[in-house]
Ligand binder design. Structure first.
Ligand code: ZN
Length: 142
C-alpha cells in the first residue's frame, strides 16, 4: 500500500458504482475548509447546475466538484476514474491499462492517460509514503 488508507474499502466499493457519491465525496474533501470562489474570493455560494457543484453568489462563477482536481475534464464516468485512482493509490495494484479497459469497459487509451495522470501527480509529491489519497485526488491538473 502506497498511501494511507483513509478511504475504507466498504466506502470505496460504494463509490465504484455511483458517480454521484464520488462527486459528493470529492466536494466534501475539496471544500472541507469552506468554499472560496476561485475567481473573486467570495465565500458564499448556492448550488450549481450539476450535482455537488457550487456557484458563487457574488460573481456567479460556478465550479464543479471535479474542476481543478485529478478528475478535471475527464470524459468518462467519474466512478470509473475513482476506481482507477483507488487501485493505483491505495491498493497499489498496478494493473495495466488493458486490465482497466476490460474491467471498466473503457477505451484502453483513456485508461492509460488517466493512470498516467495519477502517476504524474504521485511523482510530484515527495516522500509520498504517508500522503492520504485525498491529496492525490485534489492535485491540480495543469
Ligand atoms: Zn465569485
Amino acid at each position: 500500500m502506497i498511501f494511507k488508507e483513509e478511504i475504507l474499502p466498504d466506502f470505496a466499493h460504494q463509490l465504484f458504482d455511483d458517480s454521484e457519491k464520488v462527486l459528493k465525496f470529492i466536494a466534501d474533501v475539496k471544500w472541507e475548509g469552506g468554499f472560496v470562489c476561485r475567481k473573486c474570493g467570495h465565500t458564499n455560494y448556492c448550488d450549481g447546475k450539476t450535482p455537488f457543484s457550487r456557484r458563487c453568489t457574488r460573481c456567479k462563477k460556478e465550479e464543479s466538484a471535479a474542476a481543478n482536481t485529478i478528475f478535471h475534464n475527464i470524459k468518462f464516468p467519474i466512478n470509473k476514474a475513482f476506481y482507477i485512482a483507488y487501485n493505483v493509490c491505495v491498493l497499489g495494484n498496478d494493473l495495466s491499462s488493458y486490465n482497466y479497459s476490460d474491467q471498466l469497459g473503457l477505451n484502453q487509451m483513456t485508461c492509460w492517460k488517466f493512470r498516467k495522470r495519477i502517476q504524474n501527480c504521485m511523482l510530484k509529491i515527495e516522500n509520498n509514503k504517508n500522503v492520504p489519497i485525498q491529496t492525490i485526488l485534489m492535485s491540480e491538473i495543469k
